[in-house]
Design a protein. Structure first.
Length: 305
């Protein structure tokens, strides 16, 4: 099987392009929060930092208009960047067979036995490959590729996400841009409002085969501006280093040019980690910019012109 994957290669062919964007109008919004963890839940759940502390102080910020991706960057969109820039594909693409999706001519030239091996060992489709002929096997592989196309790309470091956005004619959003897109001008706690409601977003407790769901699968996880998946599905890199907000009374050894901020919530967390606290628009997470994982994605912004 390794020989077969090597023959097919990991670089993809596609035309450059960018996803659909949403205009976020100029004007003020509420950023951060003044909440306090009076019940000490952060210690109960083993949080590295006190809940809410790095969100202080809540303040009004005025931003110029900008455009932000309506959805998280998909695997199909990222594939175009991989081949254009000669980048290594995300590690998951080798394991699940997505790296072959735009080498259809090579896949079509494989023998029936090789296709059966792909279906069983790489795509791991729940079917009897021995009962299918070559045409049927190719059709099943096409269906699998199509299902992977619309997933948010993951296993992407901050550096790769930043370069992708620049290649696509934009940039990673700032924390302020991301939070305004999520909370709207009223400063909602969640994209849909101020009250937590289970099942409105993908927290990883749902039975999606890849953990993350196709972008836009949760119409309820939609901000007032029409931006999707800001509360769940994939964690999202933003441009900023993890720093204290202006006027903050919170101090941390993690502040500085060490970690990049991550916003939103990533599917794959289970049990008590799927807390509503982490899915709030003001919540801040931070990671080493070299980090890649199964729930780490991103989206891009552009200036309104």
């Amino acid at each position: 099987m390794f020989r077969l994957l090597t023959v097919l290669g990991v670089f993809l062919v596609g035309a450059a392009g960018a996803g659909e964007t949403v205009l976020i109008p100029a004007g003020p919004f509420i950023m951060g929060s003044d909440e306090v963890d009076t019940s000490f839940k952060s210690k109960e759940f083993g949080s590295r930092k006190p809940f809410f502390a790095d969100e202080h102080p809540q303040r009004n910020i005025d931003l110029p208009a900008f455009k932000i991706d309506k959805y998280e960057v998909t695997q199909a969109e990222y594939a175009k960047f991989v081949v254009s820039k000669g980048r290594v594909a995300p590690a998951s693409w080798i394991k699940n067979g997505y790296a072959m999706s735009l080498r259809r001519n090579r896949v079509a030239g494989l023998s029936e036995a090789e296709l059966r091996s792909l279906v069983s060992e790489v795509f791991r489709l729940d079917l009897d490959a021995n009962a299918l002929d070559k045409t049927q096997l190719l059709a099943e592989i096409e269906k699998r590729w199509a299902s992977l196309d619309t997933l948010p790309v993951t296993y992407v470091s901050w550096h790769d996400a930043d370069e992708y956005c620049r290649w696509a004619g934009g940039a990673l959003p700032s924390e302020a841009q991301w939070e305004k897109a999520a909370r709207g001008p009223e400063g909602y706690v969640y994209p849909w409002g101020n009250e937590w409601q289970p099942g409105l977003n993908n927290t990883g407790e749902q039975a999606w085969p890849e953990g993350v769901a196709p972008v836009g699968s949760y119409p309820t996880d939609r901000s007032v501006y029409g931006v999707y998946d800001l509360s769940g599905n994939a964690y999202e890199w933003v441009d900023d280093w993890y720093q204290a907000y202006p006027g903050s009374d919170y101090r941390s050894d993690d502040f500085g040019r060490k970690f990049k901020v991550v916003r939103g919530y990533g599917a794959g967390a289970e049990g008590h980690y799927a807390l509503s606290h982490f899915q709030r628009g003001a919540h801040r997470l931070f990671l080493n910019p070299d980090t890649t994982n199964a729930a780490q994605g991103f989206r891009c912004v552009k200036r309104d012109r």
